[in-house]
Design a binder for this molecule. Structure first.
Ligand SMILES: NC(=O)c1ccc[n+]([C@@H]2O[C@H](COP(=O)([O-])OP(=O)(O)OC[C@H]3O[C@@H](n4cnc5c(N)ncnc54)[C@H](OP(=O)(O)O)[C@@H]3O)[C@@H](O)[C@H]2O)c1
Length: 269
């Protein structure tokens, strides 16, 4: 795909959990030239100000020029107050907010190319999953800019509907939290067996790292790998039996469904 010649100048609106994860991921990409981070409080941006490409500004009026892209990384319920402040800027509009459909942004930026992006926290380590949904104004040059911003941050998946973005919100957007929850549970189980808290956490983390790398580099699916380490009547079988009895898989499906329903609800608010 043709790439814009010059580096990109990005305005990032919001530097909380997701805004700072994106910024951290971006700072190792040399083709992104300038970041104007718009945040009510400088302290949110402070950890990044050692990089000469990062500038904190408190309001869009202080933007020195129209950026190549504006990335909204604020809570969805704030968008109705915040988007009108940016309406005069005719540029590529990107939003990572859960729930709000493309049509919502089109009411504020009717002539602009807009892309909904659903990232997750590991974008900071270039290990994210990112769903992308473009409106009709997005053409090749804007698509190239979007790819310059996001391609290196993880596995990117272009989708065709808000519903698919909502599904990715429930799966990959929230996914790290599900994994942290499982890590937390395993650490608690280790503590229940008598390990002290720090050891228990280290054990749980390394179990996830080791198992993830094994699954990623193996020719077998996670289901087959699990069977390989579960011998009949052995210790793992005893544990799996308890998980099956508790219908943990069905519970996870119900949990992801609840996140999907919530994403759709957010879109209607
Ligand atoms: N966290 C995730 O894993 C994740 C995953 C996918 C998508 N998202 C989406 O990312 C968005 C942000 O979520 P988050 O978890 O990063 O929330 P967050 O940690 O609360 O961050 C939001 C940031 O926006 C700032 N903010 C508030 N008003 C602002 C304004 N007028 N202009 C600029 N910045 C303003 C807040 O500053 P103060 O701290 O000073 O209030 C805060 O730092 C949400 O729409 C969410 O759906 C999040």
């Amino acid at each position: 795909m043709a790439r814009p010649e010059a580096g990109l100048k990005i305005a990032l609106v919001g530097c909380g959990s997701m805004g700072s994860a994106l910024l951290k991921g971006w700072l190792s990409l040399p083709h992104l030239e300038t970041f104007w981070v718009i945040s009510p409080r400088e302290e949110n941006v402070e950890p990044f100000l050692g990089d000469p490409r990062v500038h904190w500004i408190s309001s869009p009026q202080d933007l020195p020029q129209t950026p190549d892209a504006i990335v909204f990384a604020v809570k969805p319920f704030l968008l109705e107050d915040i988007l009108p402040l940016y309406q005069s800027l005719k540029t590529l509009i990107l939003s990572v907010a859960a729930g709000k459909p493309l049509s919502f942004y089109e009411t504020y930026f009717p002539e602009c190319p807009i892309v909904r992006v659903m990232p997750n926290l590991p974008v900071s380590l270039h290990q994210g999953v990112l769903g992308l949904l473009a409106n009709e104004q997005v053409r090749m040059p804007q698509e190239a800019k979007v790819e310059m911003c996001f391609q290196k941050l993880g596995f990117c998946l272009w989708v065709n509907s808000d519903e698919e973005i909502d599904k990715l919100t429930a799966l990959s957007g929230s996914g790290p939290a599900y994994v942290f929850y499982l890590m937390e549970s395993l650490a608690e189980a280790a503590q229940a067996l008598g390990f002290e808290e720090k050891q228990a956490t280290s054990l749980a983390l390394q179990i996830f790292v080791g198992a993830s790398l094994t699954a990623q580099t193996s020719e077998f699916s996670p289901a087959v790998l699990r069977q390989h380490v579960t011998s009949a009547k052995g210790t793992t079988a005893a544990a799996i039996q308890v998980l099956e009895k508790g219908e943990v898989k069905a519970l996870i499906t119900t949990a992801v469904r609840a996140a999907f329903d919530r994403a759709q609800e957010l879109g209607k608010q």
